[in-house]
Design a protein around this ligand. Sequence first.
Ligand code: NOJ
Length: 723
Amino acid sequence: MSERIESLLAQMTLEEKAGQLNFPVGDLFVTGPAMITAESAEFDDRIRNGTITGLFNIHGAKYTARLQRIAVEESRLKIPLLIGADVIHGFQTMFPIPLAEAASWDIEAIEESARIAARESTAVGINFNFAPMVDIARDARWGRSAEGAGEDPFYGSLVGAARIRGFQGDDLSKPYTVAACVKHIAAYGAAEGGREYNTVDMSERRLREVYLPPYKAAIDAGAATVMTSFNEFDGVPVTASKFLLQDILREEWGFNGMVVSDWASVPEMVIHGSANDTCDAAKQAIEGGTDMDMMGEAFIEHIPQLVQDGKVSMETVDHAVRNVLRLKEKLGLFDDPFRYSDEKREKTELRSRKHLSAAHDMARKSIVLLKNQNQILPLAKEGKSIALIGQLAENSAEMNGCWAYFAKPYHPISFLTGIKEKAPALTINYAEGYHLYNETTRYFDEAIEVAQNSDILVVAVGEGAVMNGEAASRAEIGLPGNQLSLLKELKRLRKPIIALVSCGRGIAIPWLAENADAILVNWALGSEAGRAVADVLFGDYNPSGKLPVTFPRSVGQAPIYYGSRTTGRPYDGDYSEPKSERIYTSKYRDEKNSPLFPFGFGLSYSTFRYSNLQISQEQITAEDRLRVFVDVENAGEVAGEEVVQFYIRDMVGSVTRPVKELKGFKKVKLQSREKQTIEFSLGANDLSFYRRDMTWGYEEGEFEVMIGGSSESVLTTKFNLIS
Ligand code: NOJ
């Protein structure tokens, strides 16, 4: 209870209360279907008369200070504004897209990336950031796979919590911390067919086991706000889901922050067919647990009348308004509404050398080496000439990735620039090769000629920035356009091919897996993309990234993830057994079950050897902790980093259990020939799950322990949990 808030509430008219719940987009960037077009002058009026709580997707120290001044000097109650934005992977210093950062398995670096995003955005007036997105993504068709931490609930929880700590620090009122928004509650990543905004339907068991943990971890880390998801859950659009927004979020998890709808998800309930009209939608949403209406204009339009007619209680409205005002208070806005609009910091902090250097570091940590036949990489900085082929190698705008509208398209260092900078003595012949967004073969001849005149072909392929992110689901998840045709032409030259693959999902690249000599996944690496790629190409950085999502062989395998169930008729053979033995098994006629590259996979220029897996005891009770040890040796010639991964399997349960569950990992740096013993431990809570009766707890029995450098290559042993 805050006196200031209670006294404000006592003075507010119903319109002013509804105004605090109304959050429209500003006039700089529109990130959804434009329903309302307002001139900026109109915003001034709306701030003056208290019908908006703030604006989002605007920035600028001067501009936001001007708006705050109108709010605190010219509106009746002088309530400062929330200024929101989607600062998803950097404001102007662009870090790699979130999925790429997750490939670093470096929790501290991820936290630091969020901290820098907060520093830059708070300098320009932003105090409320619509991130992190922690939706689990197991279907590579879903474009928003790019915005999260991948497929695993355990890992996704650690990453989500790190991002909250980075954005919010330990005190929201500091001038360089921003209110985070964990989104999108809930299960948005499980859209049917991977199609954006599509229906979600799943068991409560799966919801709780797989999809909820990262949101919960973010709430436990102190997330100030939550955004509802566009999808329905169990037949109810989430924006009105009492089950998710109240029973789980507030009652079970004790969340006491603010819940914002997604863009127009309140009025969209009419289109879902679960509300009669916008008025009904507003009533259902606020009663369901949504405090603030983003872009819907439904609360401002209908809530006063709904209260007057006795259809929504004043208590419900006050609860929502309190949540909003409390957020403003926590941000320190009542004490100093201008603390986030700092012209001096705006000049010195945006794209500062320090920030760009952190982005560079993060970018190289995010690169994943998937193949390196005959150790073709790293390349020498002198000698053999290089043909650098592909629009993606030269177009810096694409390097910014999805959700990058605050950065300039010319900011990022392209691969071409990065490579030239790194190896000035090398002959580098560039050709565009293909066009990202059409099917022309116009550039093929030039590319082939350039390739003929060079020794090694470095071909940048994959997705352009807008091919993943929001509203970017794909029905085909391979290389877009005619990139594959070009690659096939190039292959005929019988020269080594090194593929640089841009993507924001588990992209299906079977041809490359078979035919390229080396594959580097470089996602969208942000401002310092070219430098990071050059570091890895020429061995100044030894790649250490590991996939946070499974890479499928083809779209037909989607959804595919390592933690699947065994089924009653599993198939993990290699198709060499008699057909009669495999016919009635769980598989495709025309595709393998195995992924192209599994979760957790990534090579290095070092070779890591695992041995001597030991456990402290073969039986543990619920009071014990099992300790697990493994020796990891760098058997290669250069120092390198390895992500040592620790999985378990519950062999028999009252309900079926995943064939593997990540329970821990450690990223270790090992000098050449160095060997270290790595230790993990686990107790009964790590072995617990939602049992057949939906209670959370463990069951006695046998467990398998698996340790290795990916979800597939593992040493195993077993232990028993006894009473
Ligand atoms: C819709 C997206 O789903 C959400 O993630 C984003 O924050 C809002 N638009 C605002 O841009």
